[in-house]
Design a protein around this ligand. Structure first.
Ligand code: ZN
Length: 458
């Protein structure tokens, strides 16, 4: 029994122990082996069931702890069920087209229809829609764009959405940007040409997300004519809720599904994403990688090209901090706030965005808030390089005493440009983006410190 227990063979240890339960001299030891082995395996229900009539101290104490554990997991299960029911209700409430569409796993472009200015998309579990400009025509949209839209929405679950794209779309002339009105995409908008079309995705149903901060900047850009921003309402963030995920984008590129569908309407030749170094050359913001060699980059660049579009990463050369420095120097700063829980003007001061986006801009936040503390105490720390820089410039290094060794080098390079990233930009768009960025920020010195980053020795 002891040997089995010490070797972690819990089942065998319990079998031996159960034979000894009736021997008074062995009973205490036998009970403790049964209790501890169930505990070690996390089999709390069995532990509770088998100790019902055991009143010794050890069995009693483990039994109480097991009951607590069961309450916690039971509570978590109940919460998940409540969330699931709420999402089901939300999906049930969504509108449906007047004329049904038959789902086709084979022909992705056959899953669309248009009723008025609303474009419908059929997917296996239901329908989603986009409300397009009134003169939009689905039938004048190249099928490659429809298939690529289906792929960015369904590829995690429907492998046939990754099939060959119909050929023959001619690349358009105008660049566009998937625009969230947050700091990164605003910095991307600032370094792209004035003629860039900014596409804002507007969640069509109510949620915790507050659009007012975004609308303030969008109204400013549209009313001054500095940029053209198009807001498109859609409910496609519900697709992934059919797969046990919360409301959100199916893939990183789903946030541009409206621009893909509008690419012929606006003669688009490129779609940009405001992805900073933290997500390109750094893996999870904490370990250097050659972004251009990742499967992510090569695969999606090829797919967009097959639909006559350049996939652009205009701020792949700069970090979140660089993006902050750009918006700080722009006239848009006073109209911008990345916090999605603010009152329409200010940030909430208590979320992670308020700490790492608003804090370095000199805006108020509460370092003791539970969300900010949770993120700061996670290891590896999320968006670590940026968070370290933010802690450093705000004199808050003391918040993470175990990471003090990461503050020994000078972090000023983090707000500078990593020039090799310019090679990701197709010739046609490179010069103007490069010139704009260099008006705002200096290049990093060579050799590039960025390439050494691996904060947690992974
Ligand atoms: Zn906030």
């Amino acid at each position: 029994m002891r040997r089995a227990y010490n070797a972690g063979r819990w089942d065998a240890a319990r079998t031996h122990a159960s034979h000894l339960l009736l021997r008074p001299s062995e009973q205490t030891l036998a009970r403790s082996v049964i209790v501890r082995s169930y505990w070690n395996e996390g089999r709390f229900q069995e532990l509770v069931d088998s100790t019902e009539d055991w009143h010794d101290e050890l069995s009693h104490s483990y039994r109480e702890q097991a009951i607590d554990r069961l309450k916690v997991t039971g509570g978590a299960k109940k919460l998940t069920m409540m969330k699931e029911e709420k999402l089901q209700r939300l999906r049930d409430e969504q509108p449906k087209p007047k004329v049904p569409i038959q789902w086709s796993a084979e022909h992705m472009d056959a899953n669309y229809s248009q009723e008025g200015s609303r474009v419908w998309f059929r997917y296996p579990e239901g329908y989603v829609f986009w409300d397009m400009p009134s003169d939009y025509e689905l039938q004048s949209t190249h099928p490659a764009l429809l298939c690529l839209t289906a792929e960015v929405l369904l590829s995690p679950w429907i492998s046939s959405s990754k099939g060959p794209l119909p050929k023959g779309r001619t690349q358009g002339e105008r660049a566009s940007l998937s625009f969230s009105a947050g700091t990164d995409s605003t910095a991307a908008a600032a370094v792209m040409d004035d003629s860039t079309l900014l596409g804002y995705h507007r969640r069509s149903f109510n949620s915790m997300l507050d659009h007012r901060n975004a609308e303030r900047l969008i109204n400013h850009l549209n009313s001054t004519g500095e940029r053209e921003v198009l807001s498109i309402s859609s409910n496609h963030e519900l697709i992934r809720t059919n797969h046990g995920k919360p409301v959100g984008f199916s893939t990183d590129f789903a946030c541009a599904s409206h621009l893909l569908l509008l690419a012929d309407h606006f003669d688009l030749g490129a779609i940009g994403f405001g992805m900073p170094i933290d997500n390109t050359y750094l893996w999870k913001g904490r370990k250097f990688r050659k972004f251009e060699e990742t499967q992510y980059y090569t695969y999606w660049t090829k797919r967009f090209a097959q639909a006559g579009l350049d996939l652009l990463f205009p701020i792949a050369s700069i970090s979140e901090a660089g993006a902050l420095m750009i918006v700080k120097q722009s006239s848009w700063l006073e109209h911008l706030n990345s916090c999605m829980r603010g009152d329409g003007i200010n940030g909430c001061g208590r979320c992670w965005k308020c700490f790492h986006k608003n804090g370095p801009l000199g805006r108020p936040f509460d370092i003791t808030s539970s969300e900010i503390q949770t993120f700061l105490n996670k290891r590896p720390m999320p968006t670590a390089t940026h968070a370290l820089w933010a802690l450093h410039i705000m004199n808050q290094e003391g918040q993470v005493p175990d990471l003090s060794h990461l503050f020994t080098s000078d972090l000023s390079w983090w707000t500078q440009v990593y020039p090799p990233a310019y090679n990701l930009l197709p010739d046609r768009w490179r010069t103007s983006i490069r010139n704009s960025i260099s008006e705002f920020l200096k290049d990093m010195e060579f050799p590039h410190y960025l390439e050494k980053i691996n904060h947690f020795d992974e």
